[in-house]
Design a protein around this ligand. Sequence first.
Ligand code: FAD
Length: 383
Amino acid sequence: MDFKLTEEQSMVKDMCRKFADNELKPKAAHYDKTHEFPWEHVKKLGEMGMFGVVYSEEYNGAGMDYPSYAIAVEELSRGCASTGVIISAHNSLCLSPINYFASPEIKKKVLPKLCTGEWLGCFGITEPNAGSDAAGTTTTAELKNGKWVLNGTKNFITNGGVANVAVVTAVTDKGQGAKGLSFFIIEKGTPGFSVGRTEEKLGICASSTTELVFENCEIPEENLLGKRGDGFKIAMHTLDGGRVGIAAQALGIAQAAFEESVKYANERQQFKQKLSNFQAIQWMIADMATEIEAARLLVYQAATLIGTGERQRYSKYAAMAKLFASEVSHRVTHKAIQIFGGYGYTREYPVERFYRDARITEIYEGTSEIQRLVIASNVIREF
Ligand SMILES: Cc1cc2nc3c(=O)[nH]c(=O)nc-3n(C[C@H](O)[C@H](O)[C@H](O)COP(=O)(O)OP(=O)(O)OC[C@H]3O[C@@H](n4cnc5c(N)ncnc54)[C@H](O)[C@@H]3O)c2cc1C
């Protein structure tokens, strides 16, 4: 077992850490407050290869390995959690199903623009009545005269308001539950496809979260990803990979909260001594440091397993990494506010933002309850 990063992984870590310190951190509070989409950062991250991290150079991707991707999301989220999810949703949720399941023609058409960040992507399975239970989807796709006609609404879609390409599920065979779902790719500007309501959120405020609305939206027959009826399988395959991205985002937020906490504990004085002299504070710092390291090991392990392509091996580990890292992020950001005392509760310091940003990592791409279901079903089957 070798815990050292490769040359490429170290290079990505340094590059993203510098970008986070120099570009993201100074602007993160501004974007959190204004809810503006951080286009200036998106443009630069495109030049850095962050919109096609693991995808082939043939499609303008950076061709890196999965741990490099996890490290990139971790480091970028350390600077700005909204930016972390913009990158993660684009790479893991939109590009992955296209890369695995689209026809060579579609791949050639959309991947080169998506991998450079010229185009952004989103992924929609959630609907008002289909959250944890993706099989409850009601959006329909009917094949009429050689075209798929989509009708329905997706909600809570990350990058929804800014995406040029959406990949979504729809029912193609009614009454067949999960087996009646199929997966489609739709380009912005297609008649009948529009962006609906934008959500106002607790955290990750600079990320776009919107509805996607389909009203008699006609798309070519070849825009079906994989086979008819494979939609649920494709969604689960995609989410297994995506969970590592969210786990890495949670880890980056926790790391940022930890660093700010130690710095503050070494500066702030009460009772004529630094906070870091108090054992109560030291214990919090020790627990934060230990939990972050444990989460990092799980995240890098899951990312390494994804690189093997053996889904039956990595599904459980991806769920473990997401479950643990998101709950660590919650605990660490909670302690960070405690260490900052009253100042931690104000917008003068970033820890209240970290606390708000961390919360979503326990919810999207499968809540913690759903991760426990995935882990338990794998573990029980293994015995
Ligand atoms: C900011 C944001 C961004 C998002 N981005 C995307 C995106 O890009 N694409 C997308 O498709 N979706 C996205 N989502 C949706 C997200 O994945 C869902 O919100 C999430 O999966 C939970 O679904 P739900 O909100 O309908 O909650 P529900 O499914 O209604 O769950 C409510 C509660 O019940 C629990 N629960 C449900 N079923 C079970 C069960 N079987 N056993 C035990 N407990 C259960 C849940 O864990 C939760 O605690 C996003 C959501 C948010 C808030």
